[in-house]
Design a protein around this ligand. Structure first.
Ligand SMILES: [Zn+2]
Length: 147
């Protein structure tokens, strides 16, 4: 395995300012950019690059984690829809984006995937205080450790 930025980040996940919770098979982090308030990313705990290569039980538990994150997101932010994306094009380590979608103007193109937006829009600024508030809201809505 070549150097993996996700594995490096997951060495001490609780020390990460975007850490939300350690779940069954994943670490839930808030996405650093909050163009879509509540956007989470779940990283599988042990390095793997393809869903089909995971042990079936690990894969099943990972999907429970993703669903739990979506449920908490729904309770905390009441989005119009939730998008689930496992891409791997830029970061091979399996990670699921759980992206809340809203009505315009907050979500200017709710019928398209978020990636069609200009990078500068996706990477909108959010303060650490705003990110911490979102993390607390997701924890209060049930996104807490399973261990
Ligand atoms: Zn990795």
């Amino acid at each position: 395995m070549t150097h993996c930025p996700a594995c490096e980040r997951l060495r001490a996940p609780a020390a990460d300012p975007l850490f939300i919770a350690e779940l069954r098979q994943s670490i839930a982090m808030l996405h650093e950019h909050q163009a879509y308030p509540g956007w989470c990313v779940l990283f599988v705990k042990d390095h793997a690059e393809h869903l089909h290569e995971l042990d079936p039980q690990v894969r099943a538990d990972l999907m429970l984690d993703v669903a739990d994150a979506a449920a908490a997101l729904n309770r905390a932010f009441a989005p119009r829809r939730i998008n689930y994306e496992c891409l791997g094009n830029q970061l091979a380590h399996i990670h699921w984006h759980v992206i809340p979608r809203y009505q315009p103007p907050l979500d200017p193109d709710p019928r398209s995937v978020v990636w069609v937006r200009d990078g500068a829009q996706l990477h909108c600024g959010s303060t650490q205080a705003e990110r911490l508030q979102a993390i607390r809201a997701l924890r209060a809505a049930g996104l807490v450790g399973q261990a």
